[in-house]
Design a protein around this ligand. Sequence first.
Ligand code: B3K
Ligand code: ZN
Length: 893
Amino acid sequence: MPESLHQPNTVYLKDYQPPTYTIEKTYLDVAIHKGETFVDSTLNLVCRDSDAPRELALAGEQLELVSIAVDGEPLDKAQYRLEAGALVLLNPKLSFQLQTVVRIEPEKNSSLEGLYRSRTIYCTQCEAEGFRKITYYLDRPDVMSDFTTRISASKAECPLLLSNGNLLESGDLENGRHFALWHDPHKKPCYLFALVAGDLSVVEDSFVTASGRNVELKIFVEEKDLDKCAHAMNSLKSAMRWDEKVYGREYDLDIFMIVAVDDFNMGAMENKGLNIFNTSCVLAKPETTTDAGFQRVEGVVAHEYFHNWSGNRVTCRDWFQLSLKEGFTVYRDAEFSADMGSPTVKRVEDVTLLRTHQFAEDAGPMAHPIRPASYMEISNFYTLTVYEKGCEVVRMLANLLGPELFRKGTDLYFERHDGQAVTTEDFVQALADASDRDFSLFQNWYNQAGTPELTVTDHYDENSRQYTLTIKQFTPPTPECTDKQPFHIPVAMGLLGEAGELALNLEGNTPEDLPSDNTHMVLELTEAEQTFVFTNVPERPVPSLLRGFSAPVKLKYEYSRDDLVKLSLHDSDGFNRYEACQKLAMAVIDDALHAYTCDELEHFTPDARLLQVYRSLLLESELDQAMLAYMLILPSEGYIAEQQDVIDPIAIHEARRVVAAAIASALRSQFQRLAESFDPAQEYKPVARDIAARLIRNTALDYLMIKPSESNTNTCLAQLNQANNMTDELAALTALVNCDAPAVKALAEKQLEAFYQKWHHEPLVINSWLALQARNARPGGLERTKALLDHPAYDASNPNKIRSVIGVFSNANPVNFHGGTAQDSAAGYKFLADQVIALDRKNPQIAARLLTPLTRWRRYAESRGQAMYQELLRINETAGLSPDCSEIVTKSL
Ligand code: B3K
Ligand code: ZN
């Protein structure tokens, strides 16, 4: 079998050429046998030009060609050539039928791309370029074909045979085999192809669309998981209704299927009519799933469903356009989740993810625009930049237009491009055409990487009662471009006075331009520097800038701590209240970092204003309890690291720990009251209000367990043993395990083991159990993590397990990953590099993802950075390194 040992080469957007052939019809006959599968494919190819090219290359990897024929005639060896990654037809006709039979080995496919076996289930993952591991094909998204798929397999082993579209026929065959024939009436690119064969149970429901059509809904899972599907099914129905209401989009087939598999490289995949999911994103029930897990299921089910329009009906012309479908779909699912719960809470969560991890990507060696100009391995570009920053870019467009015009724009986009493979320009153009706006400058968001920095200065003139804001934008250089053009940046803002929000009279604005509620407005930046003058301002205001995080930028304005207190308590914008509170906490952590440097951390007392804000918030009866919790939780170590020029992970850990301990002791009685409000009899519901109540209670418990009294430990233990849901159970176990107090250590060990005994039969619960240990900041983390790899619960070929242990350790346990001294730290880096090298042979996509922490070596002091660099070099020298890892390593060195 020819291996795909192709050298990584760079693909450029500027080289895009439309396909020379289309595939009008695709007929696949997939015969699954033990250990081998035969794929018999019949393709009707038609040249799009009047002259046929001299050669036509069809992509194919890890395929064994059994036979090849054109228009029914076996093809002579002189008429084709097999090369690494392709089948090349010589002198192809203008229009012909190509029939190939290939042999593949799904059981041996550990890359989890193409056709593979997850436990007992055969399933596929074709995005981005996995279809070429199933058959020879024009594996590119702008080739859209009509698919008919016949699957045959042993009836005993694979009673279930699924593919996209509608079932046309099924029946028994000889030798205990059977078949199913599926046809998808919607033309699609091959990355949306899916096939599933195995033995699964089903949960069924139905949905009546706005126009009255009945759609069968089916979720296929292992029999033991049948009781964990209700939440996914409800989420699916809510998403279907929401898309009709908010975007006017109806579902377009008679059946919608979701299949859950254990071994999956990411969360889920939007294959037409047959979504395939990681079990972690479908299964949920109160006893085994945390609130975050419930929310993830809801979000991912909605995300994949929304792709049916934003991705499938209108798809990408090429993979550079990935954000066309991903950025837009993340925006759609974020707004859906906001509508299902609390919009401000959802916004805080999303912005935290963006600022902690996407900003780091933008500041690292892999920085790329949301529409990259080049790539070596497209799998490496399923990034926070393409997804989350892509979402922010769509959000800015939506906010610039307002709900009515944005809807008019998306209607035009879907109508104009239905059935097409298009570009991000087509998307922005549809919005511009529907609204008569000029978004040409806005395109820079698609073409330039990096996080813009806004530096804001202000001046108040008492005599003229004028308030002037000057905003400069600057974007630091990134690998692809050093000299950045200005971005079009919406800055939502207001001004706070002593007694409340001030009216905004912006010079140059005619009164009609002003919003009816003129205490809030959006300034549009389009130049490197702009000045805005507000007139009739009665007093020196405190500016509330970038409300709702109106653009993915870093804001620099010299707020005094008193300003931050005021914004934390009184801003009308919920997000900016949170933001001011975090800024105040950051200022206190900076004080602690300074104390650490001066060796005075032991005597540190935090600025009383932070505690004053916390006390007031705790007394505020109207405040959303989830917002309260997020305001009380200190910025994460990862977030703090992002604010530093040279990251010192140990200093950050110590400084944060000391500030947290001081807060815990100052607010002890308040936290105690909250933690003791645990009621084991309360029925679990994954609704915003209850989620918020659990979050604040468990935040209080975390604080208490920093230096617990015996009674605090008992409160924690009682919650652990009496909880009727995984949120409270896991929160209590985590608080116990993270506790530094020597008296708690043995108890924590015992409870960890008891938890394992209780849940060892539930893989998803065990993932959380592994992750909480890998995340544990107490000394000895590397040894504990290594020991987890030898635990029977660990499975080195399951991506969820790999992420829970290796991913969590190296990304979310900085104090242990980076070790205490430079020498210790080398051990963490060596561990990660060893794991990457071993995994790369089996699953390059996962290996490449795990690499990320090492690529950030430039952000650390010399000794640490060098140790990371050495490990990158060692990975780079590994023989047979995948293109996935190779791209990331070479770009990072
Ligand atoms: N579109 C898929 C991601 C595919 C990743 C391939 N390496 C899931 C999603 O974004 O919905
Ligand atoms: Zn997606």
